[in-house]
Design a protein around this ligand. Structure first.
Ligand SMILES: Cc1cc2nc3c(=O)[nH]c(=O)nc-3n(C[C@H](O)[C@H](O)[C@H](O)COP(=O)(O)OP(=O)(O)OC[C@H]3O[C@@H](n4cnc5c(N)ncnc54)[C@H](O)[C@@H]3O)c2cc1C
Length: 1059
């Protein structure tokens, strides 16, 4: 999928993880008043106080009575006693002093309850700050009503305090009109006080809404024509008011939504838990919302009374081991609270899964700004610069924490952080893998082989990015760093690289709008390099060379995380609806990661030290006669001896003597095996190929195969990068194998004896890389064991097959099967009776984009409909028993699980198959050439012509020199390509692969031709392997793709290169 498609605006609607709160601009008092007015017919809202704006005296009394063991209802009865003339109403009209009221009221209470009632204590509670505080929901509602241009008023039945002031614990500035009963000498439900209020507002009764908690007061208002709302619960009343006015009165918590069905949590046990935790004053209903972000750990907003909290919990369902550890998040934030690192204040960790089904923790809700867009739209360049600097500094603060002093010494293992991380994320990725992502496969192999040598240990955040920071609304100050789920002790540079990911993401990237392609200078944003340099400078560390490794690792890790999110979305466990889309991003991110891996590979390659000379030897045995056992000698450049596979990856080993010990030992063993068994067997094998039994495999080959297997000289070809654990092959790098493969190339029969021959090698690699476990069990194992052989069917007689997009064979779906029809030729190995598998390339969708039409099927050779028409010959040679066959596929039906990787992936697979596989041919061609040159030297030394040995002829000397030079050049190019494949991957080595494919067959063709010429007519005979070498080198100028195609690739790449 193209990135443009991937980032369509419709896909941008989802937020990512900890993007906390970007509050709405404050509706400042009167800011928009007079500009316009909403609210339908209503122009004013009038509020009672007790029970509406602050807790009702009745409710306060009820709680107080319980606490003071006073019979329930005493205070309420005393308030109502005496009606209009009673002490409470007289007090409300301001007719009696506080002292007189308390005396009289106390007496009434004692009469009612028949006990002494300390009314003074109740009065203090009622008027004290702890209780008499305006409900936040009402404060917000009033601000919004006024912001919409409506008037507000207080119509209060209140009283004087002992200090002579009226009791009105409210900010009077919130109201246009304040009417107090004690000042006016009249109180509700007397209609006069309502009229007074309306008069002062200048409104008709019908233009107003009145809120009160007492029915009698509301009845009076309604009889005047006012609209009324009975307030039992302030939240519910505000909702009702919203409906009447037609606009919202509550702050919509940014980035929240109603809790999604799959993420519902039990409200009642949670509410009870919170009330117990927060204390008895937490009246009113609980508001519960879910943040859009929190793909990994679901995150909720809670408002309970005047508490605003954030709850983070583990997701439901079965979880991957050690993931979603909210306990760790809680622990680190608590530990960092006093270290200068800004973190939200954590309140409580609840590990009891019975409350809401999983452990969770609570923290204070922090209002502030979260910048989700890395370009920081709407800000000045200087502000942007300051924000990036603040981000950098806060990261330095995290990495400077003395983790021992903070009690975090055991928060993570010390050392080998990245290796452990690569393993962990590989494991997590595998556990949630839903399809094969080629770049992820390459990274999984590449990362462990390129780990940084030195790693510091500090606290690492693990998910450090701009949108995990909460900024002060007015200053460029980081108020809090969120989302510590991935925090641990580890290499701090991982955080720095991670924080730079946005630089490489496009602005429309859904997870985090990036900066790629933006003019950073104009924006005022430092470049990634500057950002990193500033970090190094501030931390007092030198610049980091393997920066690309850290970037590759960062993108790999995010891709692995997203794979988990995606898998959970498939099972309905993901905490975000958008999690489903994460599947599409995995390939994009892993490709990006791989680009950095390639850059790092080139950096290592370019920084390789210069080489120095050493020795190399080759056998010169030529045919049926015993040959001198003293090897010919050559000198080559080499690096000092390396001791491990890893060191050979980091250096271009150009001599077998400089191979790491294991590869060198294999080379020595192979050399001995060739001398002891292979060269001596050549005459018999050649005779067999010329006999009537030639289409039956030679028993001698089978015998030698068993011997080679027993000596461990088996399946040496499978590159370490395709088989990192050495599960299937010998675990050699491409460079190591290049030396061994060259040695096998000394004899045409050797590769099969070591189970390293084409086309099986390419097919086995294809199965290792792309096959399902079932496909591997059925086909790979017999091939690895040498029990079966295979062929690869691509070329077709009717089309120019050097362009694989021309392939016409069809693969159609029919009744749950694939049906194959096509005409193929030059299919090497298909005539071999051991050939059980045909790796078939055909078109599943001729209308798809050009490179997505082809697919690859695994077709068992015994399927009805496969007809081998004839064997083809190369210069008259049949290459029995495998041969090169022309074959028809007619209505060949195979089960659907025979498809490799999926429909339309054929081109991609063929490229993967033919990368390393084709360079094996080049390696062998170097072997053919060495053998040809050795035969030539032996021959010209022993033959006399015109009175002197042939070796003294100037033309012969010139030919020998020319051949040596050409072999050397080609070998160096083979080794360079192999080395680049090891350190930077097959894709990065594409140019070098194309160059050597262009060079090696022609070079071998020339060297062998000179050798044939020097050997005289014998060179063309069956006594020497030269004629077969020659035919094969010539054939490889097609078989491996025509020279011209490789030349075209090289030229195209060359023209693309910067001069
Ligand atoms: C010994 C041998 C073994 C083989 N084994 C297999 C096998 O196992 N499986 C399989 O599927 N195939 C096999 N092949 C076939 C081989 O892959 C094809 O021959 C090769 O891909 C070329 O295709 P073609 O023969 O159709 O040539 P065409 O595509 O018809 O090309 C003919 C010529 O056109 C010219 N040409 C083509 N493209 C360009 C270009 N871009 N620029 C300039 N000139 C160009 C070249 O001179 C080329 O030689 C084998 C071939 C040989 C000789």
């Amino acid at each position: 999928m193209r990135t443009g498609q991937l980032f369509r605006p419709s896909r941008l609607q989802w937020a990512w993880r900890a993007a906390f709160l970007k509050p709405h601009p404050c509706a400042h008092r009167g800011a928009w008043r007079g500009m316009h007015s909403e609210g339908g017919p209503y122009r004013a809202v009038i509020f009672d106080v007790g029970g509406v704006l602050i807790p009702s005296p009745g409710r306060v009394a009820a709680a107080w009575e319980v606490e003071n063991h006073i019979p329930s209802g005493t205070i309420l009865k005393a308030m109502l006693s005496g009606g209009e003339g009673g002490p409470w109403m007289a007090f409300m009209r301001g007719e009696i002093t506080t002292e007189a009221f308390l005396q009289e009221f106390g007496r009434h209470c004692s009469e009612i309850s028949e006990t002494c009632v300390p009314v003074g204590s109740f009065f203090s509670l009622l008027t004290g700050e702890q209780v008499a505080t305006q409900f936040p929901v009402m404060t917000e509602a009033i601000a919004r009503i006024r912001a919409k241009g409506l008037q507000t008023a207080v119509l209060s039945n209140n009283f004087y305090l002992s200090n002579g002031k009226s009791f009105l614990p409210l900010d009077r500035k919130q109201f246009d009109v304040v009417v107090e009963s004690c000042l006016e000498g009249i109180c509700k439900p007397d209609p006069r006080i309502y009229k007074l209020c309306l008069e002062r507002l200048g409104r008709q009764p019908s233009e107003s809404i009145f809120l009160d908690d007492l029915g009698q007061n509301l009845k009076a208002a309604a009889s005047l024509g006012m609209h009324t709302i009975k307030v039992n619960d302030p939240e519910a009343a505000v909702k009702e008011l919203e409906t009447l006015l037609g606009f919202t009165l509550r702050t919509v918590v940014p980035n929240t939504c109603p809790v999604r069905d799959t993420m519902k949590i039990s409200r009642d046990p949670l509410e009870k838990y919170l009330r117990d935790l927060l204390g008895t004053q937490t009246t009113g209903p609980m508001e519960l919302l879910q943040f859009h972000h929190g793909q990994s750990n679901p995150t909720y907003y809670i408002r309970l009374a005047d508490h605003q909290l954030v709850l983070r919990k583990k997701p439901p369902g079965t979880l991957l081991p050690s993931a979603h550890a909210v306990e760790r998040e809680f622990r680190i934030m608590k530990a960092l609270a006093n270290t200068g690192v800004p973190v939200p204040k954590v309140l409580d960790l609840c590990e009891d899964s019975r409350i809401i089904g999983t452990p969770f923790y609570l923290m204070e809700y922090c209002p502030g700004l979260v910048y989700k867009n890395s370009t920081l739209p709407g800000l000045q360049p200087s502000q942007r610069q300051a924000i990036y600097t603040a981000m950098n500094r806060v990261l330095c603060k995290i990495h400077s924490v003395d983790f021992k002093a903070a009690g975090l010494e055991d928060y993570g293992k010390h050392g080998d952080y990245i290796l452990r991380q690569v393993r962990t994320w590989t494991k997590q990725y595998r556990a949630s893998e839903t399809s094969t992502v080629p770049a992820m496969e390459r990274l999984i192999e590449w990362l462990p082989l390129h780990l940084p040598r030195q790693q510091k240990t500090t606290v690492v955040h693990g998910d450090f990015r701009l949108d995990n920071l909460l900024f002060h609304p007015e200053k460029t100050e980081v108020l809090a760093v969120f989302d510590w789920e991935l925090s641990t002790l580890g290499d701090p540079l991982v955080d720095v690289a991670y924080s730079c990911m946005a630089y490489y993401l496009p602005p429309e990237f859904p997870l985090l709008p990036g900066l790629s392609g933006c003019d950073l200078t104009q924006l005022g944003i430092p470049t990634a390099e500057e950002h990193f340099q500033e970090y190094c400078l501030h931390m007092g560390i030198p610049p980091v060379e393997n920066w690309n490794f850290y970037m590759a690792f960062s993108f790999f890790r995010v891709a692995a995380i997203l794979q988990g999110v995606y898998k959970r979305s498939l099972t309905g466990q993901a905490s975000s609806a958008a999690a489903e889309q994460s599947g599409e991003l995995i390939e994009f991110l892993s490709d990006l990661a791989w680009e950095f891996a390639v850059k790092e590979g080139f950096r290592v390659f370019n920084e390789m030290p210069a080489t120095k000379p050493s020795r190399r030897s080759y056998h010169v045995w030529a045919g049926p006669r015993p040959l001198p056992s003293t090897p010919g000698t050559r000198s080559y450049s080499s690096l000092p001896e390396s001791s491990s596979a890893h060191s050979s990856k980091a250096a271009l080993v150009i001599s077998p003597e400089s191979l790491p010990p294991r590869a060198r030992e294999l080379y020595r063993q192979l050399e001995q095996f060739m001398e002891r068994h292979v060269y001596p067997a050549e005459p018999e094998l050649r005779s067999h190929q010329a006999s009537a039994e030639r289409w039956t495999p030679s028993p001698l080959v089978e015998d030698l195969k068993e011997k080679a297997k027993a000596e461990g000289l088996w399946n040496l070809f499978l590159p370490l990068e395709a088989d990192p654990e050495g599960k299937y092959g010998a675990g050699l790098t491409n460079v190591e194998y290049a030396h061994l493969c060259e040695l096998m190339g000394m004899s045409l029969y050797a590769p099969e004896i070591f189970n390293c021959s084409a086309p099986d090698t390419g097919n086995m690699e294809l199965l290792v890389r792309y096959g399902t476990e079932e496909q591997k069990a059925r086909w790979l194992l017999p091939l690895l064991q040498g029990r079966a052989r295979s062929c690869f069917a691509m070329t077709e007689p009717q089309v120019a097959s050097s362009d694989a997009t021309n392939i016409e064979s069809s693969i159609r779906e029919e009744d749950g099967f694939y049906v194959v029809n096509g005409h193929k030729w030059w299919i090497s190995g298909i005539l071999d009776p051991r050939c059980q598998l045909c790796v078939f390339m055909g078109k599943t969708d001729p209308h798809a984009p050009r490179h997505q039409q082809q697919s690859i099927l695994l077709v068992p050779m015994d399927t009805p409909g496969i007809k081998v028409i004839r064997p083809l010959t190369v210069y008259g040679l049949e290459d029995a028993p495998g041969g090169h066959g022309e074959v028809l596929f007619e209505q060949v039906r195979v089960p659907k699980d025979s498809m490799v990787l999926g429909p339309g992936r054929g081109f991609e697979i063929a490229q993967g198959r033919l990368g390393p596989g084709r360079i094996h041919h080049c390696m062998r061609l170097i072997g053919h050439s060495e053998r040809a040159l050795a035969l030539m030297k032996a021959r010209v030394k022993s033959r006399m012509a015109f009175g002197k040995p042939l070796v003294e002829q100037g033309t012969i000397l010139a030919d020998i020199a020319q051949s040596r030079v050409e072999i050397e050049q080609a070998r160096l190019l083979v080794l360079k390509a192999a080395h680049l494949m090891d350190v930077a991957g097959n894709k990065a080595a594409a140019l070098d692969i194309a160059m050597i494919k262009m060079v090696a067959p022609s070079m071998a063709y020339r060297v062998i031709d000179r050798a044939i010429q020097a050997c005289g007519a014998a060179g063309l005979s069956g006594d020497y392997p030269l004629a077969q070498f020659f035919a094969w080198a010539r054939a490889l100028r097609f078989a491996d793709g025509p020279d011209e195609v490789h030349r075209a690739v090289v030229a195209k790449m060359e023209l693309k290169r910067r001069s």
